[in-house]
Structure formats: C-alpha cells, structure tokens
Ligand binder design. Structure first.
Ligand SMILES: [Zn+2]
Length: 333
C-alpha cells in the first residue's frame, strides 16, 4: 500500500471514521459516469464503473449521511446555507451515456433520488465519440483480435514498438492529437461510426428530453470533452459557452457546468469571464473534498474506483490531514 494511503487509513481510524459531524462540508457531490452489469468496450480500458448492485450499495451508504436534493434544492441550500438540518447530496453523472436512461434512471426513480447528467453536445445523437472512448475501442480490438501492428508502429512513430507499448501510447493520445486515433482505427479496420450506430452509447436528444420530463437535470460539460490544459483561454471559453448555449437552447439546466476531466490549472481569468457572462452558474470539478476560491466552483467526489463506504471515510481523513497545512482551498492564478 502506498505511504499516502497508509497515513490516510491511520487518520481515518483515529478521527473516528465517517460520521455526519466528521464529514467536513455541508454538501457531498458524488460523480459517476455510468452503471452497468455489461462490459462496455468504449470504457473498458479507461476506468472502472459500477454494477447495478454496487451502485445501489453506494446509494444506501450515502443515504445514511445525506439528503439527496434536486437542482433547485441544491441551489437553495448553497444560497441560504445549512440551517442545522441533514447535510445534502447532489448526485451527478458525466458524459451522457445511454445507461443513464436504461439502468440508472429506473433505480433512482424507485428510490426518489434526483441526478444531473452533464453532457457534450458533440456526442448527442451518436454524432461522434469522446476521443478517450475511441482509444479504449482501439485497445480492445488490438488486444482481442490479431491485428497487423506494423501500420500502428508507423503512425505512432514507435517503429519497433511492441503491442503493449503501442497500446499505452494510444491511451496517452491527447485531445489535440485525437485525429491520430482515427488513423489508427483506419489502419486496423475499426469503424467508430459503425460502433456508434450499433451500440448507441450516448443519449439521443429525444432521450435527454424524456429524462428532463421525468425530472432529471441535464447540464453542460464542454462541447466535445477536451483537456482544458491543452487549450488556450479563448478555446476554453468557446467550448464552455457553446455547450452552455446548447443546454439553454433545449431548455435544460442553463446554470450548471461540469469541467471535462478536471478544472486543475484553469485560470482565475477563465472563472472571472465565466461568471461575468453567467453570474448564476455553478461549475463543478473533480478534486474530491475541497473548497475553491471561487465560491460557485464546487468539487465533486469521483466514486468509481472503490465503494462509497471506502471512499468517503478516506476523503474525509485526507481533508483532515491537509487542514493544518491549509491545503484544502484551491487558489486560482
Ligand atoms: Zn466527462
């Protein structure tokens, strides 16, 4: 076990573990992408996701400490502060994957829990696919079928690269080099459009509208999911605002934006321009239990690498551990 985890476990033990009092913030914003009992090749090589049973277990755990609220309830809570009631949780999903309609919504409706799904307009109606999902599909094909890697060696520039080396190179492909993923696919006869047509991994516009009618929130998540660290300030603002315009046009949540990947390193100037144009907006990062110098930028807790029962006590302990060093507040430059 890494040293950091050992320390976190120790702090968790001695601080009395997880309790409503121990949990350092008044709100909890869990983050998921999808829930499925199936193997999803477009995600398989990127990150783990939970089975229906595991997801329900997480909900049981979160319900012990938090009241799930809807978007308006969450806004009211943020604006008026906690008046001594139970702490609140806002459940969020990213990327607009179709299991949200087929798997997640029925579970949440049965339990009366609300969630927001943050979507990328570029992928609605299966028009395109997140470049990371393309990388996952490439790896799946390279590892499960006999493909001629010589073309991949040429495209990657790894002329003598072994399969594993090429796979890790493909997985590291950045947003601005994403066209390479299409070249790799062509070289091994992999058709992303065909995959989209057959598997429909994303929610269609009609399905997003249905989810809205059923009471769920649809928020913005950038136009096509770039790494903000690879973009100029103007490009960051452009992809952010175009996704916000899309959700506004379709009467979804015009005041909710979640950063793709992470808001790490996003500048003070970006946030100033974001809130100047959208003063009521709440934006969301993925840094766990932390607060931000911009009060409307809230950090969420990624929930897919372990159970809620393990993640929340660890996140709480990590926050307590950093408290004396004032490391829990994100300052923007
Ligand atoms: Zn995302």
């Amino acid at each position: 076990m890494p040293f950091k985890d050992t320390i976190i476990n120790l702090v968790s033990k001695f601080s009395g573990g997880m309790s409503t009092q121990n949990y350092p913030l008044d709100y909890c914003i869990p983050l998921y992408h999808t829930v499925s009992d199936e193997t999803l090749p477009h995600l398989k090589h990127l990150y783990p996701y939970k089975s229906e049973k595991e997801f329900e277990k997480d909900l049981d755990y979160l319900l012990k400490y938090f009241n799930f609220v809807d978007w308006d309830g969450f806004r009211r809570f943020q604006e008026s502060g906690n008046r001594g009631g139970k702490k609140v949780a806002l459940l969020t999903f990213d990327d607009g994957f179709s299991e949200f309609l087929h798997v997640v919504a029925p579970i949440l409706e049965r339990r009366g829990i609300y969630a927001v799904n943050f979507i990328n307009p570029a992928f609605v109606d299966q028009q395109d696919m997140l470049f990371r999902c393309k990388a996952s599909l490439l790896i799946e094909k390279i590892k499960s079928e006999k493909v001629d890697i010589s073309l991949l060696q040429n495209i990657s520039g790894l002329r003598y690269g072994a399969t594993d080396e090429i796979c890790s190179h493909i997985l590291k492909t950045g947003y601005k080099k994403r066209v390479l993923l299409d070249l790799y696919a062509e070289a091994i006869d992999l058709d992303f459009k065909d995959y989209l047509r057959k598997n429909k991994p994303y929610l269609d516009l009609a399905q997003l509208q249905e989810l809205k009618t059923r009471g769920f929130g649809i928020g913005a998540h950038s136009w096509n999911h770039p790494y903000y660290s690879e973009l100029t300030l103007d490009e960051q603002l452009e992809t952010t605002f175009s996704s916000l315009d899309f959700v506004k046009t379709h009467a979804f949540l015009a005041d909710a934006f979640a950063f793709p990947f992470t808001d790490f390193g996003v500048s003070k100037s970006f946030f100033e321009q974001l809130y100047r144009r959208c003063p009521d907006l709440y934006s969301f990062g993925t840094a766990g239990i932390k607060t931000d110098a911009f009060a409307h930028n809230l950090q969420r807790i990624p929930m897919e690498h372990d159970s809620a029962a393990n993640i929340l006590p660890k996140e709480t302990a990590y926050f307590l551990l950093k408290k004396p060093f004032k490391k829990n507040l994100i300052i923007r430059k």
